[in-house]
Write a protein that binds this ligand. Structure first.
Ligand SMILES: [Zn+2]
Length: 403
């Protein structure tokens, strides 16, 4: 068993990383708002520290949602609970093993990778984040593809070597006997973690008992970060899940494109090219259609007051063109399933006020929308004919543009 500093909690997770049940006495308990807290005589619950997230689980019949150290290094382990526990009571604890095992895989893989990058390129680990399945390690060195590729291969060999992992305590004064990957951040009694023949580091986290359990370890990408490099990786079950998910996506794409999975980029690139070409063609056709419809409407409306239905694909384009035609006032509508889209616009030479027309004719029919020189909006589908009628009735006279 080990105690750190003067705190009361015995941290069982250090010596028993593979145990998931324990019994303890509630030493202290308190409540703040809807949250309940407890400190135990001993605990298997790992508190968030060193980049490794906390455990979850149950104490008696209340859930443990969060675990933290009350203050750095010498602090008690505080369990945040969904219900109260009573000081002095005995309580059965159970940690969520599936979660913890994944955290140990992430964490052990990080040790393996930190050493792999050190060997491959002399890269020093600056920070780690193990809070989600895609973990990161930040290094102080500039990105280098070759180093990443080599480190990944070295990490795979470290996994295949199936090296035993030991965790033990030494006094600060004995540290010179141990070739640590990086100096410890704490003083006094130091906990060391050794992956036999591979890595030796000071660490207070939970680790696997054998490097083989951390595999597979897969680098996903690396990028420039704060003057160094951030490396993204997945490990263990989560690497397998990542592979499975990506395989499913790739297999489904391969089927859709009737191509071998590893040659899928070519048909996708071909399709993207085709879409680009069709978009250009489509735009030209729309322009042509809008132009033709505009000329038809002008020919049919010698008074230049236009109220008409037009196809939805060119509604705005026809409206825009008409707004630039001297003397025009246009109300265009395009029927949809339950709503019709509309455009109300005019040439600046017309004296009518669009706001007033909107208010008098369209608003009472349930139109909604806005805009200044070109008003866009929607109208209930049933009101299309009434709206067209109103415009034809109220604006019957032609107002010729002044040349
Ligand atoms: Zn560690």
């Amino acid at each position: 068993m080990d105690r750190i500093g003067d705190n009361l909690s015995v941290r069982l997770y250090h010596d028993h990383p593979y145990q998931n049940q324990f019994t303890a006495k509630v030493v202290r308990s308190w409540t703040e708002g809807s949250k309940h807290f407890a400190v135990l005589s001993q605990t298997l619950f790992y508190p968030s520290a060193g980049g490794q997230p906390h455990d979850t689980g149950t104490l008696g019949n209340v859930r443990v949602t969060e675990v933290y150290e009350e203050s750095k290094a010498s602090g008690d382990v505080v369990h945040v609970l969904t219900g109260p526990l009573i000081a002095g009571d005995k309580v059965e604890g159970q940690i969520d093993w599936a979660r913890r095992y994944r955290l140990m895989q992430r964490h052990t893989a990080q040790h393996i990778l930190s050493q792999a990058f050190l060997r491959a390129g002399g890269w020093e680990t600056v920070a780690v984040n193990l809070t989600s399945p895609v973990c990161t390690i930040d290094f102080s060195s500039e990105p280098q593809e070759e180093v990443a590729r080599q480190a990944e291969a070295l990490a795979a060999w470290a996994v295949y070597a199936a090296s035993p992992i030991k965790q033990f305590w030494v006094d600060q004064g004995e540290l010179h006997n141990f070739p640590l990957r990086r100096p410890p951040k704490v003083s006094g009694k130091i906990r060391l973690v050794e992956i036999e023949g591979w890595d030796l580091a000071a660490c207070g986290g939970t680790h696997l008992k054998n490097s083989a359990e951390a595999g597979p370890i897969k680098l996903l990408k690396h990028e420039r970060y704060k003057g160094g490099t951030r490396v993204y990786f997945v490990a263990g079950w989560e690497a397998l899940e990542d592979y499975s998910q990506k395989h499913l996506v790739l297999a489904s794409l391969a089927e859709k494109f009737s191509a071998p999975a590893l040659e899928i980029e070519k048909p996708i690139a071909n399709q993207a090219g085709e879409i680009f070409r069709l978009k250009g063609e489509n735009m030209a056709l729309r322009d042509e259609l809008a132009e033709r419809i505009m000329r038809e409407l002008l020919a049919l409306s010698p008074g230049l007051t236009i109220a008409a239905e037009v196809p939805g694909v060119v509604l705005e384009a026809v409206g825009k063109r008409l707004s630039e035609w001297p003397g025009v006032l246009a109300f265009l509508v395009s029927p949809g399933e339950d709503k019709a889209r509309l455009v109300l616009t005019k040439h600046p030479g017309r004296s009518e006020q669009l706001d007033a027309l909107w208010k008098e004719i369209l608003e009472p029919l349930g139109a909604r929308g806005g805009g200044k020189d070109i008003k866009l909006g929607v109208l209930p589908a049933g009101a299309i004919h009434a709206a067209l009628e109103e415009f034809r009735k109220q604006l019957p006279r032609s107002i010729r543009p002044t040349p």
